[in-house]
Design a protein around this ligand. Structure first.
Ligand code: NDP
Length: 251
């Protein structure tokens, strides 16, 4: 069941005046979200690992006449707490507040049984999918608190709500993502105007999905662009009352 109210569609300028940071903004769902947010008026801050991909999103937004984005190259597997705190300091000098934070970057890792999962890959998955999301959130909450209302979205997965064989560290990291969402939502619910939710996109035709299911025809699944109303809704004021929820794009 969709969480978008019946008949809701984003209006022109739905995200006007909002500054939204997206991690993993260079590809897949993050790229589509960045382009969509910009089309609806947001200033987007594009964080990602591959600078050339971020530049391509930047160019597309500028060529469409969107608000000039910021490009933040960062490999979340390598970024320290101090570096993320410094990043937040720099951002607070260039944007007055943050209205949205989409934790989207994730590492899939190997599809293997736990007995064959390498500890190094396990640590890297946890670093990118969980530790970096925690550290970035901690660094950016003060800027989110400066906004009249703000939305934090953690990207989950069906294997983060029900574990399945051979999804290894990725699945466990998504359970942790749900935990991070719940704890943060409970902490912020009564003391701030920051809403916090998790979102399971369901199967989407991206590089990650194609890697996870190499034998599946890619067109089996929707393109990220076709699902973007869900992400726009969560970043718009229309979702002000949604808080602490584990949401799904596709049933
Ligand atoms: P993609 O692999 O297509 O994109 C992931 C993005 O995250 C890429 O831009 C990638 O950068 C970035 N990223 C990966 N590692 C790092 C890192 N160390 N530092 C910074 N950025 C990094 O995946 P999707 O678009 O499919 O996935 C987006 C989110 O949706 C993920 O959280 C995923 O778990 C979730 N999801 C996706 C599903 C699907 O079917 N597609 C299903 C359920 C959940 P780069 O381009 O440089 O590799």
């Amino acid at each position: 069941m969709t969480f978008i109210p019946e008949n809701w569609t984003p209006q022109d300028g739905e995200l006007d005046g909002k500054s939204i940071l997206i991690t993993g903004a260079g590809d897949g769902i993050g790229r589509a979200a960045a382009l969509s947010f910009a089309r609806y008026g947001a200033e987007v801050l594009l964080l990602g690992r591959t600078e050339a991909k971020l530049d391509s999103v930047y160019d597309a937004i500028v060529s469409e006449g969107g608000v000039t984005p910021a490009v933040i190259p960062a490999d979340l597997a390598q970024t320290s707490h101090d570096q993320l705190m410094a990043l937040a300091g720099e951002l607070s000098g260039s944007v007055p507040c943050l209205h949205g934070l989409l934790h989207n970057a994730s590492l899939l890792g190997d599809r293997k049984p736990l007995s064959q999962t390498s500890a190094a890959i396990w640590h890297e998955i946890m670093q990118v999918n969980v530790n970096a999301a925690f550290m970035l959130t901690q660094a950016l909450v003060p800027m989110l608190q400066e906004a009249p209302s703000a939305s934090v979205v953690f990207t989950s997965s069906s294997v983060g709500r029900r574990g399945r064989a051979y999804w290894g560290g990725y699945a466990v990291s998504k359970f942790a993502t749900e935990g991070l969402m719940q704890v943060l939502a409970d902490e912020l619910g009564s003391i701030s105007d920051i809403r916090v939710n998790s979102l399971n996109p369901g199967a989407v035709n991206t590089a990650m999905r194609r890697t996870a299911y190499p034998a599946e025809p890619p067109q089996t699944n929707p393109a990220p662009e076709s699902l973007m109303d869900h992400w726009i809704f969560l970043m718009s004021d229309a979702s002000k009352d949604l808080h602490g929820q584990a949401l799904s794009v596709q049933s």
